[in-house]
Design a protein around this ligand. Structure first.
Ligand SMILES: Cc1cc2nc3c(=O)[nH]c(=O)nc-3n(C[C@H](O)[C@H](O)[C@H](O)COP(=O)(O)O)c2cc1C
Length: 185
């Protein structure tokens, strides 16, 4: 598949299985992340890799964060977040490592981390893997930062769930370009 075909055929799926990317494939995925556009060359990114039994540790962290963020969370919700990391064999937690002392606005550093996330997802697609970007109440808050031992100024911008699927995945919906594009003037 060429680059355009890879981009156009990328499809998020909620549940994935083994195999996950190998070490050398992961290296390519990170290299793709590190090619994100980056105003001022700040490298405003951090990645936390979670796989195997570490996913259970992440599930416990999700439970603790949910208890802080949500008022009286239901048993069902707590059980759901505890098991959430088992939805794929690999999760890359993507973080905007904000450089507060630099003149580049925080939003631009967050956008750069978002571009890194998308580059990594596309690298996954190019190598035949699936992925989905998730956030919800487990991102963008001080509790998750504490739980992951991040700086106060860091921003968890997404959990990239990555893996394989033996199921037939429907093609992505085609949107009408004219609905989104107009000419200036
Ligand atoms: C910043 C961001 C956060 C997202 N968070 C979630 C999420 O928490 N849960 C979810 O089901 N989808 C989430 N999505 C949407 C999915 O990643 C995915 O894009 C969506 O299911 C549409 O599928 P597609 O990527 O194949 O078009 C998020 C997307 C973005 C860009």
């Amino acid at each position: 598949m060429n680059a355009i075909e890879t981009i156009l055929s990328r499809k998020s799926i909620p549940l994935m299985e083994d195999p996950k990317p190998s070490k050398s494939q992961l290296k390519k995925i990170y290299k793709a992340g590190l090619r994100a556009p980056d105003h001022g060359g700040l490298n405003p990114w951090k990645f936390i890799e979670v796989s195997g039994k570490d996913r259970l540790k992440l599930g416990k962290k999700f439970v603790n964060v949910t208890k802080k963020v949500k008022k009286n969370p239901s048993k069902e919700l707590l059980s759901k977040v505890k098991k959430a990391p088992l939805r794929a064999p690999l999760i890359i937690i993507t973080i905007a490592n904000i450089k507060k002392d630099k003149p580049i606005p925080e939003i631009e550093q967050i956008l750069s981390a978002g571009a890194a996330a998308q580059n990594m997802m596309l690298a996954c697609s190019a190598m035949g893997f699936y992925s989905i970007w998730r956030t919800g109440h487990l991102a963008f808050n001080e509790y998750i930062n504490k739980s992951l031992k991040l700086n106060k100024s860091d921003v968890v911008i997404g959990y990239l769930y990555i893996g394989s699927s033996s199921k037939k995945i429907p093609s992505p919906k085609k949107l009408k370009i004219e609905k989104f594009v107009k000419k200036l003037g």
